[in-house]
Design a protein around this ligand. Sequence first.
Ligand code: PLP
Length: 425
Amino acid sequence: DQDIAELDPEVAASIDAEQRRQQDGLEMIASENHTAVAVMQAQGSVLTNKYAEGYPGRRYYGGCEHVDVIEQLAIDRLKALFGAGYANVQPHSGAQANAAVMHALIKPGDTILGLNLAHGGHLTHGMKLNFSGKLYQVVPYSVDEASCTVDMDEVARLAREHRPQLIIAGWSAYPRQLDFARFRAIADEVGAYLMVDMAHFAGLVAAGLHPSPVPHAHVVTSTTHKTLGGPRGGIILTNEADIAKKLNSAVFPGQQGGPLEHVIAGKAVAFKIAAGEEFRARQERTLEGARILALRLLSPDVMAAGISVVSGGTDVHLVLVDLRESVLDGRQAEDLLAQVEITVNRNAVPFDPRPPMVTSGLRIGTPALATRGFGTEAFTEVADIIAETLIAGATSGDDGPDPAVLAGLKGRVQALAAAHPLYPG
Ligand code: PLP
């Protein structure tokens, strides 16, 4: 058995290069994180060889005694972490978790109410090219133009008018908390199921730093790789036995064949980490970093460049930068930050006048840096670097910012990266 570097030097070289990219730059894509070495060890283990269709104790394959232990650990830890009665840890991704819930609870042609993609929703909440938009009648709800927060009166009005079978609360690009109790009251009033997709903020919920949707929703879905910091994957939670039964059969055999037991082992490890004090402190730093960034981007020198913050701040792990009033667009801003080795993604802001490939926004998140050990001082420095980079871009002429200015900013990023080694040792 050959080492990958010997057997496949091309793939090995790209893995090494990606590790250097992650180490040398600063990762601020809000949906990303740096998972633990122990999680990667679980994922890179012999578990990848094992078929285990079914659930622990009820498999369709032999030799499942060890993966049964692992999957049951993942289930039990997940239930304890979020205080849920039932958990399914098999969805291969967040999108598959959402698909399984819809498969379990509603029929093609039924109506779903979800946050408009252009206002921060996710593809699986009813985008027209996604399965959710093709199989179901979609009624999107929006944010209020002045506050840029979800307008619950509009959600109630749309629910009464369209009588959806499923209401989805959750987001991919939204800087505030949702009112889960109000969502549930609206769902109950119209006889709909309420699904909360907490993919982005699950880590904050696990740490007790964000209200939990679990007591309110019929079903909660999540990814495991964002704020939660685990391997790439999906999960589903519920408190109701009859719903749990439907969910299990929607995942397998409804949607998937063999579960990825190596990923499930990584999930089990991640849930153990997420139950600890260190994880809570990390989520606190995540929130603090986002608040520091929002405050810096609301200061007068940034505002003077036509740059602002959607909703005037943040309650979560991300900041949405509003470039609608700036000559700098989302694509240019993303490229400029890439030049100083900060990775972010451009993102439409509500009521964005620019096209989706360009956008007037940036989504900037702090989970990966918090995992790297960033605290108040380092987050203050990175917020300042971002502010100065954006100001340089917004106030320079057609030739772009002075290369010497960008080189100086990149040097500061490299110093921060070097002071916070990734995967040390
Ligand atoms: N749900 C939300 C709210 C998300 O933001 C995402 C991913 O960005 C997903 C679901 C989908 O997760 P995955 O990429 O694992 O399919």
